[in-house]
Design a protein around this ligand. Sequence first.
Ligand SMILES: Cc1ncc(COP(=O)(O)O)c(C=O)c1O
Length: 383
Amino acid sequence: MFDTSIIELSTSALQYNLKFIKKKLKPGVRYCSVVKGNAYGHGVSQFVQMAMGEGIDYFALYSAEEAFLLKKQLYNIPELFIMGAIENEAVEWVIKNNIEFSVFDFERLETALDYSKKLNTKAKIHLEIETGMRRTGFSYTEFPKLFKWFRKNGEYITLQGIFTHFAGAESRANHFRVSNQINNFDLTLKMFQEEGLRSVYQHSTCSAALLNYPETQKNMVRIGILQYGYWPNKETHVRCTGEKDNLPVMLKRMIRWTSKVMAIKEVNKGCFIGYGTAYLANKNTKLAVIPVGYSHGFSRNLSNVGSVLINGKIAQVVGTVNMNSLSVDVTGIEDIKKGDEVVLIGKQNGKTITVSSFSEQSNQLNYELLTRLNINIPRIVSK
Ligand SMILES: Cc1ncc(COP(=O)(O)O)c(C=O)c1O
């Protein structure tokens, strides 16, 4: 093995999370699994294959580039939906490959129409509606033009979806804004219906909305973070579990990220450790060097504050996280030796390092830390 660390993906954790999610779905709602950002860092081809093994057959990516890479890696292709960026030059490839895609302006709509006619194949589009996120999407003032466009060209296109995205359904602070979005989206669907424009799917529900606004489910949901075993944020976690500490675990993290001790070093009290003056040993200290650094996704913000598990004990990061390595204080850990397993995320002998404990210490979201896990770290599927 040449790799300095590996990521194990737990099938049983995925099964557990999908069970939790599916209990919250209304009957007949289509499940679209969000796998953009390399499946939130989990490894998109491995994750998609695992999810397909659990009966999931519909996946959302961000860009044509992500769809292209995924298609190259899979031989059995599920339904794909590109939610964000497609260069005009990629639209032809997308339509030819029967991939669904979002359309949020007239330029994309015209491009979809041109290629549908040229290829004699109906593009499957999802119209994105601007309900209050203020990112992308058609706004109400454009509806008359949009309806006119569909009256003229609708026969060349499959209207696969009408959708919107909430601007922070995970936090009560956004309740006013999100409630307005919910109303605006309902109004939109009514206007489309009155116009006689029907889409196969209508969707707005992400993980946080599924938990905090379950009534937003139409006939499709787009779920990302929950399926990997994480809460959208702490507030939603607390709202779902309350103060009870005897609740069964609701979500299980799929990832276990491990490396091995590369070197052990004794340092005298009063010496600086690593680059510069970031850490001064206040006692005679035994260090273990781990061949994982910020280039692998172990954030530099965890310098002096992050921790890992070795021999079932917590070892704190000392000094700055380097590009390819970090050092931890193993003074109290007996019998430590080169080659011992180091857990960067996950369990060892009953103790756990979670991604959220990472992010609390470094002020980064689960989402951000996960997607930073280097794409080249091998992902290995376990039971
Ligand atoms: C348009 C869209 N839908 C759905 C999701 C899934 O969100 P979550 O991972 O919170 O479920 C995202 C993620 O950011 C998104 O951008």
